[in-house]
Design a protein around this ligand. Structure first.
Ligand SMILES: Nc1nc2c(ncn2[C@@H]2O[C@H](COP(=O)(O)OP(=O)(O)O)[C@@H](O)[C@H]2O)c(=O)[nH]1
Ligand SMILES: [Mg+2]
Length: 444
């Protein structure tokens, strides 16, 4: 039985138990320890994790509107999300990528998917066919590159993979260069030597280990082997559309400290998702309605909670999060309510679902710097155009979004200068959120 299966059985036990009390929680954490240790997750990590789960489940105050069962599931979910790493933000600057992994894990397909992903976001991309083991592998990648419309580099007949990489480096001017390497049915010395040489020539910024979702716990050992040659910066879990649930990825993450970056969910080029830790853990735990549960939890707490950084500065990202919260909870939700819902321009809060989706893709197409500093975008038409291209919308749409953001920035600045408002905010943060606070009282 693989790790994912064991975890799902354990969760079923929580779901079906007649009562959830202290004894049930303790028995649950014991089972969890046993399962994780059997899956080669390091003993120290396991004890830290299960201790935190037990403590939080028993000691932390149960959230309003949640049953103890839901509370326990949430604690387990949260701790695993933390363990597995928060969700990934793709690098949008120029960089070089190396894909490593065993035969059939989905490297070549994954190289194509990544190329498509970045091309869609307005970057120029090159694919390097450095799998010299099988000539068919290079053809497979060449065909993909034609299909997607990105550059392709290889040296036909070359037996040394690193020379292929060297050649590509001398020719490529692409923003993103993606190297597809050879796999083996098992890790061996030749593969080790080949990868080491590729690493020395390429100096990859991202070295992804490609793992199939059905691989199971040997993933941990495998990840360690690759990691000892070239430090893994991220994991791509493929075939999540199949029967595997990615339990192996947990072992790989535990063994190397690398986090998951992307998820493959099909054979087509568009079947690539940015890793979302909550969704992944939900799938892993087999909590079918994890999204529903977390929505409920969120409605009770998180989104209504105002974090300190939220009102130190308003960034594009926090604006969008607050917008989401306001949409979900009505105008009394989140930071907006603090600013006095009646003062917020109606057109800012009343965004359609379609607009919200569009905003999300725009934000996904922005660099980290742009999300922090919107003036970078305002000053540069070419940046705005890049975002529009990435999000598949018009320049006017991007300007529209920035205009909405400007309105909020102005309001936000006014409020920050208001001492009375700042006092309320401080009180709120110390009080641990607004879930239990009386809103109208605060506003008055
Ligand atoms: N269903 C599904 N199949 C995939 C996925 N990724 C790769 N594959 C298939 O897995 C097989 C091996 O993929 P390939 O990229 O050639 O693996 P490589 O040997 O690591 O380069 C091919 O038939 C792919 O179409 C995925 O996310 N979902
Ligand atoms: Mg291949």
């Amino acid at each position: 039985m693989d790790l994912g299966q064991s975890l799902r059985q354990l969760v079923a036990k929580i779901t079906n138990a007649p009562v959830i009390d202290e004894k049930a929680v303790k028995s649950f954490t014991k089972d969890l320890q046993r399962i994780l240790i059997a899956s080669d997750v390091s003993v120290k990590l396991v004890f830290d994790l299960t201790k935190r789960i037990e403590k939080r489940a028993l000691e932390s105050e149960q959230m309003q509107g949640l049953t103890l069962r839901e509370h326990l599931l949430k604690v387990v979910h949260d701790e695993l999300v933390q363990f597995m790493g928060s969700s990934y933000t793709p690098k949008m600057e120029k960089h070089k990528i190396l894909l490593m992994g065993l035969f059939g894990s989905g490297k070549t397909t994954g190289a194509g998917k990544l190329a498509y992903f970045y091309k869609k976001r307005g970057m120029s991309v090159g694919l390097v066919g450095a799998d010299v083991e099988r000539p068919a592998a290079q053809e497979q990648l060449e065909q993909l590159s034609e299909q997607i419309g990105v550059h392709f580099y290889t040296v036909k007949g070359e037996k040394d993979a690193y020379k292929v990489v060297q050649d590509a480096l001398s020719k490529s001017k692409d923003d993103i260069l993606i190297v597809d390497s050879a796999g083996r049915s098992a890790f061996d010395e030749r593969l080790a030597e080949e990868l080491t040489k590729i690493g020395e020539i390429l100096h990859p910024d991202e070295s992804y280990l490609v793992l199939s979702a059905d691989i199971g716990q040997i993933a941990g050992k495998q990840a360690q082997e690759f990691n000892s040659l070239i430090p893994i910066t991220g994991v791509i879990v493929t075939k999540m559309d199949g029967s595997g649930k990615g339990g192996g990825a947990l072992s790989a993450v535990a063994a190397t400290g690398a986090k998951i970056s992307f998820i493959g969910v099909g054979e087509k080029m568009e079947d690539l998702e940015i890793y979302d830790s909550s969704r992944f853990v939900g799938r892993l735990l087999g909590i079918p309605d994890i999204a529903g549960l977390m929505e409920k939890v969120k409605a009770v707490t998180e989104e209504s909670q105002i974090k300190e950084e939220d009102f130190q500065e308003l960034t594009i990202e926090s604006f969008y999060n607050q917008l989401k919260a306001a949409k979900k909870m009505g105008p009394l939700g989140g930071l907006f309510s603090m600013m006095g819902a009646s003062d917020i321009p109606k057109d800012v809060i009343n965004q359609s679902e379609g607009k919200m989706k569009l905003y999300e893709s725009m934000i996904n197409s922005m660099t980290k710097e742009e999300r922090k500093d919107a003036s970078l975008l305002r000053k540069s038409r070419s940046r705005m155009e890049r975002v529009a291209r990435g999000a598949g919308c018009t320049l006017e749409d991007v300007r529209g979004f920035l205009a909405q953001f400007s309105k909020m920035e102005k309001m936000f600045d006014r409020f920050r200068k208001d001492r009375g408002f700042r006092k309320k905010m401080e009180k709120m943060i110390k009080g641990g959120g607004m879930g239990n606070m009386n809103l109208p009282g605060l506003m008055g």
